[in-house]
Design a protein around this ligand. Structure first.
Ligand SMILES: Nc1ncnc2c1ncn2[C@@H]1O[C@H](COP(=O)(O)OP(=O)(O)OP(=O)(O)O)[C@@H](O)[C@H]1O
Length: 254
């Protein structure tokens, strides 16, 4: 929709063995805003999200065709370094999944394997900055050596966001990041998404239309593997162009 989208997908199909889960999806995803993927269960939101940083590569019989570019570069090219790609296009999952390590080490792990810090001082700064950005620093600064898994669910999810941020990503993919959280923890993550959006392109899969309306500026509606409609969130929710979008928004199915 803008002149220089961060990510572009063209005619993307995703297959699981003989089953086509995504059918001919084309979309531009812009920097500096939140794009929500909505649609009924099984419509392919997560599958398409995972194709944006080649997470589907980890599923044995998954196959992606079509073209996906990050800053104009084909992410499925043979020359693409997938580890580097996943640092540039980070991911936060449905269930908070901290490593069985300390809070500090959860955040330091990525910068260490990517060689982003010269020494301890620099690593300390990277960890502190990521935890501040993820809105977790004040709660954990005096217990950085405690296990990440000892935090509450909401704190664990913010730790996972800090972990993604620590390697300076350009895009953050979030797959139902609040589905395991209570309303207070959810509100905190939504606030955080709003603060982070200025610096990243954020894509969020959500089951909650209210959440999509609250946090996103663009919304893509998926149904049976196709992207039925994509536009400004306010337009999609108040004046959908497609009948199928309208039916979903008004709760006729899903
Ligand atoms: N690893 C897999 N192997 C085979 N089929 C899969 C796999 N993952 C997903 N599918 C199928 O692909 C289709 C799309 O699933 P996907 O999880 O992407 O949908 P979704 O919209 O994210 O659903 P939900 O909202 O329930 O998470 C479904 O029919 C699902 O059964």
């Amino acid at each position: 929709m803008s002149e220089t989208p961060k990510l572009t997908a063209r005619n993307v199909d995703v297959w699981y063995g003989p089953k086509k889960a995504i059918d001919n999806v084309s979309i531009d995803i812009d920097n500096g805003l939140v794009t929500a993927f909505i649609g009924p269960s099984g419509c392919g939101k997560s599958t398409f999200l995972r194709s944006l940083n080649r997470m589907n590569d980890t599923i044995a019989d998954a196959r992606v065709t079509g073209e996906i570019k990050l800053d104009g570069e084909d992410i499925y090219a043979g020359t693409m370094d997938v580890v580097a790609l996943r640092a540039r296009v980070g991911m936060v999952f449905q269930k908070p999944n901290p490593f069985p390590k300390s809070i500090f080490e959860n955040v330091a792990y990525g910068p260490r394997i990517h060689g982003l810090a010269q020494g301890k001082g620099e690593m300390d700064l990277i960890v502190e900055k990521a935890l501040i950005r993820a809105g977790l620093w004040d709660e954990v600064k005096d217990r950085l050596t405690d296990a990440g898994t000892a935090l509450s669910g909401g704190q664990q999810q913010r730790l996972c966001i800090a972990r993604a941020i620590a390697v300076s990503p350009e895009v953050i993919l979030m797959d139902e990041p609040c589905s395991a959280l209570d309303p207070i923890a959810t509100a905190k993550i939504e606030e955080l998404i709003d603060e982070l959006k200025d610096n990243y392109a954020i894509v969020i899969v959500t089951h909650s239309m209210q959440q999509a309306a609250r946090v996103s500026q663009r919304t893509a509606f998926f149904h049976l593997g196709s992207m039925v409609e994509y536009g400004e969130t306010s337009q999609v929710f108040t004046n959908p162009r497609e009948e199928r979008t309208k039916d979903y928004i008004t709760g006729r199915y899903g």
